[in-house]
Design a protein around this ligand. Structure first.
Ligand SMILES: NC(=O)c1ccc[n+]([C@@H]2O[C@H](COP(=O)([O-])OP(=O)(O)OC[C@H]3O[C@@H](n4cnc5c(N)ncnc54)[C@H](OP(=O)(O)O)[C@@H]3O)[C@@H](O)[C@H]2O)c1
Length: 324
């Protein structure tokens, strides 16, 4: 079968398209034919050796997929060949077939297409876990989303709106903000043009901001924390800007606020039932049109490096998918 392989740490240009043997389903696994694989910012890190997961070489990027079960391993009774499935692989989805533990997949709602199903798991799963389980966002609250047009950012905008919150989308260009507004944001801030602290003070008013969803880090995190209301929550989701910021802890004391870590992959491992229930719900909301799961572009497998470059260059709104 064809696979995009990372044979040593490097850039997207170091990836190669190769022929490798088909995988065999181990105990508790299925082998699925990949119809579409979703790409995420962390794929740019995993191939560079800069991510917490370090798979043995050679491996493929692609942390999520949708496709059809071809074979099942020992002990697997919940899935059978022919089932349409979607879910989390962590890596190895950008290839024609992938072996995946059954704990990480669900059967795919019949009315959801493979491309959007492949793009749904990580971004909407993370935003759902963050807003529902970590921050316990309430309908009366104000939610600020940094990097609001990106994968997890757009998911947080849409889910925040479904949960009834007032959503303030923050991003680096007016195009990205128009995109976030079209997907449900009530207010927008261009943090390249306007000082983030001033903008959030203006929009948060006397009460302040209840919840910040932060997949960007860098120079935006501290002003966002400074904008929190009494007992606000700052969700630490990622560091797409590259720098891991440090926070003066007196801010946390003075605001009575919480800084909450969001490690979705560990939640999937620790709370398998909750993960599968969330994925089912998100897939249905997507099929019903309540969530867009917007796919900006679909690439053939051989062009996976181009897709990863677009992600690294901050050019993507919504998601990118590769079709093996
Ligand atoms: N904690 C978890 O469990 C979890 C799960 C999934 C993802 N993540 C993390 O969340 C972050 C975002 O992931 P994603 O897949 O949503 O990425 P994405 O689609 O590329 O979006 C990232 C956003 O970050 C902003 N950004 C600011 N500086 C950037 C830079 N130097 N390079 C690239 N983007 C930059 C961009 O928005 P602007 O141009 O508008 O600033 C971009 O839209 C990553 O750090 C990822 O590892 C964490």
């Amino acid at each position: 079968m064809k696979a995009i392989l990372c044979q040593r740490y490097g850039t997207p240009d170091d990836l190669v398209l190769a022929d490798i043997p088909d995988p065999v389903a181990g105990p508790g696994e299925v082998v699925a034919k990949v119809a579409a694989a979703g790409l995420n910012f962390f794929d740019t890190l995993i191939i560079a050796g800069k991510y917490q997961t370090k798979p043995p070489f050679p491996f493929s990027p692609g942390g999520e997929f949708a496709g059809t079960v071809e074979s099942v391993g020992a002990g697997v009774t919940a899935f059978k060949p022919g089932d349409r499935v979607m879910g989390y692989t962590n890596f190895n989805a950008a290839r024609e077939r992938t072996a995946v533990p059954v704990d990480q997949i669900v059967k795919l709602a019949a009315d959801l297409d493979f491309d959007r199903a492949a793009a749904l798991t990580v971004t909407y799963g993370t935003a759902y876990y963050a807003l529902e389980h970590r921050a316990q966002l309430r309908a009366t609250e104000t939610l600020v989303v940094l990097g609001a047009s990106g994968g997890v950012g757009l998911a947080a905008v849409e889910l925040g709106k479904i949960m009834g919150a007032r959503v303030i989308a923050c991003a680096s260009s007016d195009d990205k903000l128009a995109f976030a507004r079209a997907h449900g944001a009530h207010d927008v801030v261009n943090y390249e043009k306007e000082n983030l602290r001033d903008a959030l003070k203006r929009l948060g008013g006397e009460h302040g901001i209840d919840v910040v969803f932060d997949p960007v880090g860098g120079r935006y995190s501290e002003p966002a924390v400074r904008s929190l209301a009494w007992e606000g929550r700052h969700l630490v989701v990622g560091f797409a800007a590259g720098d891991i910021p440090k926070l003066p802890l007196n801010l946390v004391l003075l605001k009575g606020c919480a800084v909450l870590g969001v490690f979705w992959g560990q939640w999937v491992r620790h709370e398998k039932g909750q993960y599968k229930a969330a994925l089912d719900r998100l897939a249905h909301w997507c099929a019903e049109g309540k969530l867009s799961c917007h796919v900006q572009k679909v690439y053939p497998l051989a062009e996976t490096p181009m897709a990863l470059k677009a992600l690294a260059q901050r050019k993507v709104m919504g998601k990118l998918v590769v079709r093996p």
